[in-house]
Design a protein around this ligand. Structure first.
Ligand SMILES: [Zn+2]
Length: 338
């Protein structure tokens, strides 16, 4: 029996993929425009005007569009032609979605070249991603070190501890913020920290795979051009050499696929996204006791995160990415709408 496929393409993880780290340009829409789009009149007007503003040779409509808010065949064709020009036929679904790559490209080409947030080539992406992956790696190391520092605290009883109350609170502060270790009964605290440490250890293992980071090693460029930041298979760490066919394309279960929208992410959100995916990847297989899910998203003080039980936090992907980020940078990620 195959487990449900790609955890982070469908379902709840799409919420993470929504690139909240992407700061919109001046062209903004509320709902989708184009083929099978919602096509609210003001949004359609925005896109019609934006297409008319595209410089010559960059996918501007042959005949200037009437800015009337009605998404007729001419408007739909113009969206598609613009997409073909910039993304090829594979990326040309004839629809502009809020925050996604077509609106990003419209902002880029109509801004007179001032902004360069566009979708890079695969090669450019690999260069940037490789640099950012080193940053991500040190973030994971930082998380692990912080947890190891907390272990002696949970081992020594609070009353007779050689660690001062202040030192104790400080050593446990971030682990408690993100995983609420002290909400577990004291005999279970060590096991809880060890469980989280195990996940980060596996992440470090992933980076240490022989053969480097790319190709069959671990990270690959998404061949499906999903409107996502990244996706992976839950428990992929344990699925070496296994494949899954999605929409006619063979995907490795033991890879993390990096998507077009990753190029639009700021550095903070890049690190958060990769650690998030890695935690799905390094947890157990779907359905197993160690399977890491998306119970909630947001920073630890967001209401949905606060509503989770401590036992859920230990199996919540965002808790792993938040904790790692916090241990390295001592702040919440920038430009994320938590
Ligand atoms: Zn997820």
């Amino acid at each position: 029996m195959a487990e449900p496929p790609v955890l982070c393409v469908d379902g709840v993880c799409r919420q993470l993929q929504h690139p909240t780290g992407f700061s919109p340009g001046t062209i903004e829409i509320v709902k989708s425009v184009g083929i099978k789009g919602v096509n609210q009149n003001p949004d359609v007007r925005t896109i019609q005007q934006a297409l008319n503003d595209v410089p010559p040779g960059q996918g501007r409509p042959n005949v200037t569009l009437k800015v009337d808010g009605i998404c007729g065949p001419h408007t739909k064709d113009s969206i598609q032609s613009f997409q073909v020009k910039h993304f090829g036929w594979k990326g040309a679904d004839g629809r502009v979605d809020p925050y996604y790559k077509t609106i990003a490209k419209l902002n880029e080409v109509t801004s007179g070249g001032g902004r360069t947030v566009g979708i890079g080539s695969d090669q450019n992406r690999i260069q940037r991603v490789t640099a950012m992956l080193n940053e991500t790696l040190s973030t994971i190391r930082s998380a692990r070190a912080n947890l190891l520092g907390a272990l002696p605290v949970v081992d020594s009883p609070e009353t007779s501890s050689p660690i001062s109350a202040f030192g104790r609170a400080e050593l446990m502060r971030k682990a408690n913020a993100h995983f609420r270790i002290d909400d577990h009964p004291s005999p279970k605290r060590r096991g809880t920290i060890e469980q989280a440490t195990r996940i980060y250890d596996r992440m470090l293992d992933v980076f240490a795979r022989p053969g480097g980071l790319w190709g069959p090693a671990i990270f690959e460029i998404d061949p499906l051009h999903q409107p996502s930041i990244a996706y992976t298979f839950g428990g992929g760490y344990f699925s070496g050499g296994r494949f899954e066919t999605i929409r006619g394309t063979q995907l490795r279960r033991d890879s993390i696929y990096l998507c077009d929208l990753l190029d639009l992410q700021g550095n903070d959100w890049f690190v958060i996204s990769i650690v998030h995916e890695l935690s799905h990847f390094c947890g157990g297989l779907t359905g197993s006791a160690e399977h890491i899910r998306d119970h909630a998203y947001g920073w630890y003080d967001a209401p949905k995160m606060k509503a989770l039980k401590a036992s859920q936090l230990l199996f919540n992907a965002t808790s792993y990415s938040n904790f790692a980020f916090d241990t390295k940078f001592s702040r919440r990620p920038a430009r994320v709408n938590f």
